[in-house]
Design a protein around this ligand. Structure first.
Ligand code: ZN
Length: 488
């Protein structure tokens, strides 16, 4: 396939020409949410970053199999090897089935993603639905000699692995440093070394989420699900693995070690990491009181927020920064994005109403190439957006009668705007507020009630006029025995 896409590979620490394993099918795996609470800003950034990549790869002509997992077991509060599963804990506290908790937060996550116009992935596998695959993957690592069983749990032998391969190559950590910085074992631990991580963990009696395995009744270690499910759905070797920078160590480092140990080769060709989000210059955290959920952002219901911000404002704000740069959320920055988005969408609407002249007095040629060039340079969305803003100035002067555009240029401008605004950036005019939607529904009901009354009074003229004109506007009206039903 002809294209010039380069992406920054965290593994090689440089931009590389993107060449997929298969000719026109791209395999892409992104670490998805742990569903034990509402989605927050930290969830929006990877979702939007990899949605942009998903959309752009498709624009280049690839078929993309995008796998984004749901972590619903084994992600523990402080240490991946100890403590209680967050979902199990929540379930115990709220007297719910763990899957009830998972489903509740997953439904809310999906609603948030839909609001942000993030396309659903091709496959969304649950960790809890792939226990057999995780047991098999763990067995492969044991068979290869890079893991050991201790008291019913299975641990990865980091030191042995490091002798044959290079542990720490993604995050750039040195194993000797790790040995020094990780706490010494007190001799009570089941692990040989403190940096060894669990592939399978024997469940304590009070642990709710547990499955039988050759080693114990227990549950898989957190890192295991991504190795096992990535391999199952994308094959032993696949193109892209993404996630937030905070997952680079230990999660992705452990994934690389697991896959390499089990398969004898590195699975992933391109590792991509989005940078983190700060709020007013501070890291986001529950203890800092600056933890803002997406729901709170959309409603403005948080003490740090001066107003509500629409999902499209949030999306645009994230796209206005390069995914490898940090992003700082503040009311001022969000308000600037809101204004910018409005300017862009207004120009886009004006573009639809422009009429062509014999010749162009504005130069809009090369816009497509400039936007493509920015995106091919490691998805540089802020630069592509700045090119669109330049074109907005031309649109506005044509609209004001100060400039003209030829039919050919107009066609091309419309096509580039549609491609970039709608298909690649996934921007749309914000849905009307609930109040607006409500009033609109009431207005249609009112018209149809007038029609009903006209029919009762045998005023066929009025009744037909209302029906015909609403139908012409695209409404479908059905008479029922109780009155009517309508849809648009
Ligand atoms: Zn993962």
């Amino acid at each position: 396939m002809e294209h010039k896409l380069t992406i920054y590979n965290t593994l090689s620490r440089k931009k590389e020409q993107f060449i997929p394993v298969h000719n026109n099918l791209v395999g892409m795996y992104v670490c998805g949410p742990t569903v034990y609470g509402d989605a927050h800003l930290g969830h929006a950034r990877p979702a939007i970053t990899f949605d942009l990549l998903f959309r752009y790869l498709q624009k280049l002509g690839y078929k993309v199999r995008y796998v984004r997992n749901i972590t619903d077991v084994g992600h523990l509060e402080h240490d991946a090897d100890e403590g209680e599963d967050k979902i199990a804990k929540k379930a115990r506290l709220e007297q719910k089935e763990p899957m009830e908790v998972v489903q509740y937060f997953l439904n809310r996550y999906h609603k948030n993603m839909e609001d942000l116009n993030v396309l659903p992935p091709s496959i969304e596998p649950h960790a809890s639905g792939h226990i057999i695959e995780q047991i098999e993957f763990t067995q492969k690592i044991l068979d290869a000699g890079y893991a050991y069983v201790s008291e019913g749990s299975v641990y990865f032998d980091v030191e042995k692995y490091n002798k044959d391969f290079n542990y720490g190559k993604l995050s750039g950590r040195n194993i000797d440093e790790l040995l020094e910085t990780t706490r010494e074992l007190d001799g009570q631990s089941e692990k040989r070394r403190s940096m060894d991580f669990a592939l399978w963990k024997k469940a304590q009696p009070e642990h709710i989420m547990r499955w039988p395995s050759p080693w114990s009744d227990g549950f898989p270690g957190w890192h295991m699900e991504c190795s096992a499910m990535g391999c199952k759905y994308l094959g032993e070797e696949f193109d892209i693995h993404g996630g937030g920078m905070d997952l680079m160590f230990p999660h992705h480092e452990c994934e690389i070690a697991q896959s390499t140990a089990a398969l004898g080769k590195e699975s992933v060709h391109y590792w991509m990491h989005n940078n983190m989000i700060t709020i007013n210059g501070q890291k986001m955290g529950k203890s800092l009181g600056n933890f803002i959920t997406l729901e709170e952002l959309f409603t403005g219901n948080h003490k740090l927020l001066a107003q509500a911000y629409s999902p499209m404002t949030i999306r645009f704000f994230i796209l206005q920064a390069h995914y490898r740069s940090t992003v700082d959320f503040s009311n001022e920055a969000l308000q600037a994005s809101e204004k910018g988005l409005q300017r862009l969408m207004e120009a886009y609407e004006r573009l639809g109403k422009l009429t062509a002249s014999a010749a162009s007095t504005v130069d809009v040629k090369g816009l497509r190439e400039k936007c493509d060039e920015a995106m091919n340079d490691d998805l540089n969305s802020p630069i592509a957006i700045s090119h669109l803003f330049d074109a907005c100035k031309s649109i506005n002067s044509i609209s004001d009668g100060k400039a003209t555009i030829s039919a050919e240029d107009l066609e091309e401008l419309k096509s580039v705007f549609k491609l970039y605004i709608e298909d690649i950036f996934g921007l749309k005019t914000d849905a009307k507020s609930d109040a607006g939607t409500d009033a609109y529904k009431k207005a249609i009901d009112l018209l149809l009630n007038i029609r009903l009354e006209a029919k009762r009074n045998k005023d066929w003229g009025t009744s037909d006029k209302i029906r015909n004109e609403l139908t012409a506007l695209g409404f479908s009206i059905k008479d029922t025995k109780d009155g009517f039903e309508w849809s648009l």
